[in-house]
Design a protein around this ligand. Structure first.
Ligand code: SP5
Ligand code: ZN
Length: 320
């Protein structure tokens, strides 16, 4: 399968996150990507391609122009090695800026768009190894380690060519992605995640949120309990997949987070490493061209194995 990746994510290296005046080490580290690349190479997974540079128009269909230029200008003014917490265009304090944040985030979008273009050229599967992640980034807000919404931008690009479903399996609800498509009937957003009344992002992700205006019925939130094992998780996933099948998408975008892993330092359901293969088998059964976009997952020791386990069924299907 085709893998899209750039080393430019290394330009984005925040040192800490802030909450209640307390700084703790930043969990969304570049070592996550090192672990994934090592796993992919070890298992001889497909070819790694460097995406081309895409114009800003794609980003501007999801993010406001003032937000995008704010990020560009603000990052330009930061000294290398320093980190800044802006007071506007934010939804929380989990997405600090560094001098390389804008560039790294643009290149993550390029990886997502190149994956989408591979699907449009007829590939069955593509994996966009995006960092920083994207699904918490809103129309004009950073949040939860996210700046540009890679999956939303790619899904929007695909939506010019057909119906799109987004399946978000990160531990956290993808509030930015939901908001981007909440009033649209041509993109169906489905998310499985931990209860937002007690977990980040708190503000979105409730089962009562089903879409508005033209988008009524095109948003589905499925809450899984924090102690869900693979049995409960697959039951929720089956519900999600049944609705996706009813929607009959031409393209599927998977916002793939691995912070549902039992030993994730931030999230953590009771999913084991092998469970990701079973999860992927259920998704592959849709037989819908699929763009997999990397979101969260913070166990840097095991993340490579989790991603490889997840990609295996897609790889088998696409190389049939
Ligand atoms: C993309 C994604 O998975 N974003 C998740 C953002 C969640 N951030 C809030 C959790 C902050 C918890 N800080 C834990 C410090 C660990 N010692
Ligand atoms: Zn997450």
């Amino acid at each position: 399968m085709r893998i899209f990746y750039t080393a430019d994510h290394c330009d984005h290296q925040p040192k800490s996150e802030q909450y209640d005046g307390i700084a703790s080490p930043y969990p969304e580290v570049s070592a996550r990507v090192d672990a994934i690349l090592a796993g992919l190479q070890q298992h001889n997974f497909g070819t790694i391609h460097t995406p081309r540079k895409y114009p800003l128009e794609h980003i501007h269909q999801i993010h406001s122009q003032p937000y995008v230029s704010f990020l560009r200008r603000r990052c330009r003014d930061i000294t290398r090695g320093e980190q800044v917490q802006p007071s506007y265009f934010i939804s929380d304090t989990y997405a600090p800026l560094t001098s390389g944040t804008y560039h790294a985030s643009r290149r993550a979008v390029d990886a997502a768009l190149a994956g989408a273009d591979a699907i449009l050229r007829g590939e069955q599967v593509a994996y966009s190894l995006c960092r920083p992640p994207g699904h918490h980034a809103g129309h004009q807000s950073t949040g939860g380690y996210c700046y540009f919404n890679n999956a939303a931008i790619a899904a929007n690009h695909l939506s010019s060519h057909g119906r799109v479903a987004i399946l978000d399996i990160d531990f956290h609800h993808g509030n930015g992605t939901q908001d981007a498509f909440y009033t649209r009937a041509d993109v169906f957003y489905v998310s499985l995640h931990a209860d937002p009344s007690i977990n980040y992002p708190y503000i979105r992700g409730f089962a009562t949120e089903t879409g508005e205006a033209d988008g009524v019925g095109c948003n589905l939130n499925i809450v899984v309990s924090k102690n869900a094992t693979v049995t409960e998780y697959i039951a929720g996933l089956e519900k999600a997949l049944a609705k996706i099948q009813d929607f009959a998408p031409d393209y599927l975008v998977v916002s793939a987070g691995f912070d549902t892993f039992i030993d994730d330092p931030i999230g953590g359901l009771r999913l084991n490493a092998d469970d990701y293969t079973e999860i992927a088998e259920h998704i592959v059964a849709l037989r819908t061209p699929s763009l997999i976009v990397q979101e969260g997952g913070y166990n840097t020791e095991l993340l490579g194995e989790l991603v490889v386990n997840f990609l295996q069924p897609f790889n088998r299907w696409s190389s049939r």
